[in-house]
Design a protein around this ligand. Structure first.
Ligand SMILES: C[S@@+](CC[C@H](N)C(=O)[O-])C[C@H]1O[C@@H](n2cnc3c(N)ncnc32)[C@H](O)[C@@H]1O
Length: 242
């Protein structure tokens, strides 16, 4: 993005760092032939490509859609694919960097004949920077990488910086849905939200924090958590007050 900032709670230290929020793997095993074909034949028609400093109004690609929903780090894409199929009158933007995940979602889009998903295949921070102000109705961040070691906490997607960027693109009254199976990340997120005056907590009693969102679609990482005996997740809905 070319933009440099003095680290706040995005990255620490006295040096200046390029703004980024992605620290994971971009690719894994070699792609299957079927996936390669989808990358060359289907992806170009769905991909959001941004040039440096470009502003992007999602309404331009989703004319006549009632709402625009963004999912950050969709993994295998099962949540966004199911939602897009269920809500044909909404436009969905899926943001993921890992090629294996992008390939899985392309397969779902192709198989289910979904026509209301656009894809951004780079760091969500770049997309948030480019998105027009007040253009997004809902953001989902489901099971973000937990970065459990203290020295890696600064890599967590939730930071003062990313909340500011999300606040910029959300419409007044818009919802930010967050789920994690990691208690420390749940606390981290609540602490950041509490510090951000533009989001309100609408938490209810603690037992309700473990109630999945309505129309919930279990994600790959939630299934992994359950297999690994992390049996309770936290599901928070934050409202952007504007
Ligand atoms: C732990 S996985 C969870 C995937 C999925 N949401 C689920 O619940 O199964 C986190 C995903 O977020 C993606 N991710 C992490 N940081 C990101 C960023 N800054 N921009 C886009 N995707 C990101 C990773 O590539 C990874 O696939």
């Amino acid at each position: 993005m070319g933009l440099l900032l003095k680290a706040d709670n995005n990255l620490p230290g006295k040096k200046k760092y390029a703004e980024r929020a992605f620290f994971g793997r971009k690719s894994g095993k070699r792609m299957l032939k079927g996936q390669q074909i989808l990358f060359t034949q289907l992806l170009p028609s769905l991909e959001i490509k941004l040039t440096k400093d470009q502003q992007f109004d999602p309404q331009e690609i989703f004319q006549n859609k009632q709402k625009i929903i963004l999912e950050i780090g969709y993994g295998g894409g099962e949540h966004i694919a199911k939602k897009a199929k269920q809500y044909q009158n909404y436009g969905f933007i899926g943001c993921e960097v890992f090629s294996g995940g992008i390939g899985k979602l392309l397969k779902l889009i192709d198989r289910e004949k979904i026509n209301n998903i656009a894809l951004f295949n780079d760091d969500a921070l770049k997309l948030l920077n480019a998105l027009k102000e007040n253009s997004i109705d809902e953001i989902y961040l489901l099971y973000p990488d937990p970065w459990p070691k203290k020295k890696h906490h600064k890599r967590r997607f939730i930071s003062k910086l990313t909340l500011e960027k999300m606040a910029k693109v959300l419409k007044k009254g818009a919802k930010f849905y967050f789920a994690t199976d990691i208690e420390d990340y749940a606390n981290w997120t609540l602490a950041h939200i509490l510090q951000h005056k533009d989001f309100s907590l609408n938490l209810g009693p603690p037992a309700s924090w473990h109630q999945p969102f309505s129309d919930w679609v279990e994600t790959r990482y939630e299934q992994k958590a359950r297999r690994e005996k992390r049996l309770k997740s936290f599901y928070f809905t934050f409202i952007y007050k504007g």
